[in-house]
Design a protein around this ligand. Structure first.
Ligand SMILES: [Zn+2]
Length: 720
């Protein structure tokens, strides 16, 4: 609908909208407490002093605990960031809200979203905001639309292979939180505030900054101390704003960390206490019940009913309980957790668990029962000794929905678009026959880690047979198949890489978007532009930024400059903080259409955002700047830029070639031959000789061109 088609709002309605009462919260809302949730990713409960750990100092969390209530045993619904936060915010277990993994699942809008904690609080007059520090919680996951304000400005790292590693420092998230909360305070119409602050510090990689790096031998402790310092800054800010005393403040973690206790280094596969037990401290308004503890088991999804009870008003039907009314009946509660990570990523069995006041039951091909009172670390399976408890808990677990499905709409949509591309898909995480028990299959992960490390060191020829062996034994290992494909691509075996990606798509349609783009990149390199475009278009809604960027590159390959600029602009617009790659593609497209000034502007803006080291380590950045500067007649600056690109990426032959052209324009003919010579020495492959010959030819040096062609033919047979 164009602006002209739009009927103007009737004047009366406009006036109504402007009446202060229409947007000022009621007197009742103004008296409600502000609510702050601090979610510290991957923070294991038993690694905090408030739970008895002595290895790290956490003065801020200790202080909050003194003013608040400590839940001695709190549990998450899933040891995975996105499903855990979805449970926290909807008050529902994963099988109800539908988000079973970090990848391939979205929290669907509609009834469930409306019944979420932020939307419900908004209905009670709250302004709702969130600041998150990890890519897996970006707004597109469906969490964003639950809030008035959702700050997920995480620049996605270049070609990062591990999604979980994409994060930003907590200090940046915190700064955004301060700004937004302060803006609400400054608004005379402002009611109470609800804010979710998510910090990613204790998550891998464990790289705490100073002074914490030097202070702790174990970098995981250092990360916890870093997170605590950020919590301290945030609490100090709330105090300075006069918000602390009257507010409800909750400190929690979405899950813990294995740290090797049951063979798992991080989290996601197992449901032992080290990964599902989380810290939970609740500071009530006026510090009611300060310093007390609750022993009854609690779960993160209890927070919605707890907050609803505190705020008052009609609350939706929720499976959790008010944390302050766990009372005598609490012993009867059995808290559900699940992880489908092993099933979806490795082709192994999923795990599901129930925890009550005494026992933990883990459903697996070989089931487990632990007495968490006697054995809090879950080290001794007592299932054969406690058959009655086992049977009762197994029956209780059966009442939780164990079927795995992608959210209906997403599943159908994914299957349809894959079918349109000629891929036959199985259902998500297909299970044919008995699946391996993760605790038995775990050693395969060590092989996987070794293969991954080899690939990361550029030793793909050694990694490929490891992946192939793993896939022989565990054909459902999606992650191994995707890594195998990446290695085959790096080894210039594109057809085999495409085949591996095809098998990955067939087995795991829920992970399709990222794989479709990888397939499209290879097709682009092979010059199969129409196929590449089809694949990108299928992934356009799921990963719009990257997909538009690839469409721009395809258009450039076709020589369609205007279309390339439009697609590159769409890519930049789709990303809250545009990825450097998106800006480079835009600049390339602008150069192709003669917009050198615009290209230089885009590159310089990016340069201001990056540190000099980051800019220098970004392939093509200085090359494209040099190209733009040369077109604008700024020869000296252009030469400097080309030389920077050459220094950082000596194998980037076009930088030498462009430098040679620039030297010719300045009539510095004596420097051309040595430049082309340096280019060939840095990367002596056939394509480089051909570029040297073409460059000489272009500069009118027919004899030089002939010399380069002869030199190419004189190279030993079989050289690249
Ligand atoms: Zn997490």
């Amino acid at each position: 609908m164009s602006d002209r088609d739009r009927t103007p709002l009737p004047l009366l309605l406009l006036l109504l909208l402007l009446i202060p009462g229409a947007c000022t919260p009621s007197r009742e809302a103004a008296s409600l407490p502000s609510i702050f949730l601090i979610s510290i990713d991957t923070l294991r409960a038993d690694r905090l002093p408030v739970y008895g750990y002595g290895g790290v100092a956490t003065p801020a969390i200790d202080g909050l605990r003194r003013d608040g209530v400590l839940f001695e045993r709190a549990y998450t619904s899933a040891p995975l960031t996105l499903p855990a936060h979805a449970s926290l915010l909807t008050g529902q277990p994963p099988y109800t809200h539908g988000v079973r993994d970090n990848v391939g699942y979205r929290l669907e809008a509609g009834e469930r979203a409306t019944a979420s904690l932020p939307r419900w609080l908004k209905g009670r007059g709250y302004a709702t905001g969130a600041g998150v520090s990890a890519y897996v919680l970006r707004g597109e996951t469906g969490l964003g639309p639950l809030f008035d304000h959702y700050d997920d400005g995480i620049a996605q790292a270049g070609d990062s292979r591990a999604l979980g590693q994409v994060q930003r420092a907590g200090g940046e998230t915190l700064e955004g939180a301060r700004r937004w909360i302060r803006a609400q305070q400054g608004n005379p119409a402002g009611g109470p505030v609800f804010f979710l602050l998510h910090l990613f510090e204790p998550h891998t990689p464990y790289e705490p900054p100073e002074p914490f790096r030097g202070r702790y031998a174990d970098p995981y402790d250092g990360e916890i101390a870093t997170a605590d310092a950020l919590v301290g800054d945030f609490l100090a800010f709330l105090k300075a704003e006069g918000l602390y005393d009257g507010a409800l403040i909750v400190l929690l973690a979405d899950h813990g960390e294995g740290l090797g206790d049951h063979g798992e280094a991080e989290h996601g596969i197992f449901l032992y206490p080290e990964t599902i037990q989380v810290p939970l401290v609740v500071k009530l308004p006026g510090a009611a019940r300060a310093g007390t503890s609750v022993a009854a088991p609690a779960q993160l999804l209890d927070l919605f009913p707890t907050i609803a009870a505190l705020v008052g008003g009609p609350a939706p039907e929720l499976p959790g309980a008010d944390l302050f009314r766990l009372g005598d009946g609490a012993g009867e509660r059995r808290l559900y957790s699940e992880s489908y990570y092993a099933r979806l990523h490795l082709g192994w069995s999923e795990l599901r668990s129930l925890v009550d006041a005494r026992y933990q039951f883990i459903q697996a091909p070989t089931p487990e029962l632990y007495d968490l009172v006697e054995d809090p670390g879950a080290t001794r399976n007592i299932l054969t000794e406690q058959r009655r408890v086992y049977r009762a808990m197994e029956a209780a677990l059966g009442r939780h929905d164990g079927a795995l499905a992608a959210p209906e709409a997403v599943a159908d949509e994914e299957a349809a678009k894959l079918a349109a591309l000629g891929y036959l898909t199985a259902s998500a995480g297909r299970a044919e026959g008995p699946l391996p028990d993760p605790k038995d299959a775990l050693p395969a992960l060590e092989t996987m880690r070794r293969a991954f490390a080899l690939g990361a060191e550029g030793r793909c020829e050694a990694a490929v047979p490891l992946y192939q062996d793993l896939l022989e034994r565990f054909p459902g290992m999606l992650d191994a198949r995707v890594e195998l494909a990446a290695c085959l691509r790096a080894l210039s075996r594109p057809e085999e890489a495409l085949e591996a990606y095809r098998e990955a798509l067939t087995g795991s349609p829920q992970a399709a978007d990222g794989i479709l783009l990888k397939v499209a990149e290879i097709q682009l390199e092979l010059g199969r532009l129409d196929e590449a475009e089809e694949h990108v278009r299928a992934a356009l809604s799921g990963v719009p930024g990257k997909a538009h960027g690839l469409l721009a590159r395809i258009a450039l390959e076709r020589g369609e400059g205007a279309a390339a600029v439009a697609a590159a602009r769409a890519a930049v617009a789709a990303e809250a903080v545009p990825r450097p790659e998106s800006i480079l593609t835009l600049a390339r497209a602008q150069l192709a259409t003669g917009e050198a000034t615009a290209a230089l502007d885009a590159l310089d803006t990016l340069g201001q955002r990056l540190s000099p080291e980051e800019a220098a380590s970004l392939p093509w950045f200085h090359f494209l700047r040099g190209d733009a500067l040369a077109r604008l007649g700024r020869d000296e600056a252009a030469e400097k830029a080309f030389r920077r690109e050459i220094r950082a990426f000596p194998q980037n032959s076009p930088a030498f070639a462009n430098l040679a052209v620039l030297l010719a324009a300045q009539q510095r003919f004596g420097e051309i031959e040595p430049t082309l010579q340096a280019m060939v020495s840095a990367h002596p492959v056939a394509a480089t000789y051909a570029l040297a010959a073409a460059t000489a030819e272009r500069l009118g040096d027919a004899a030089g061109a002939a010399r380069w062609r002869t030199a190419a033919q004189a190279r030993p047979p079989g050289s690249p």
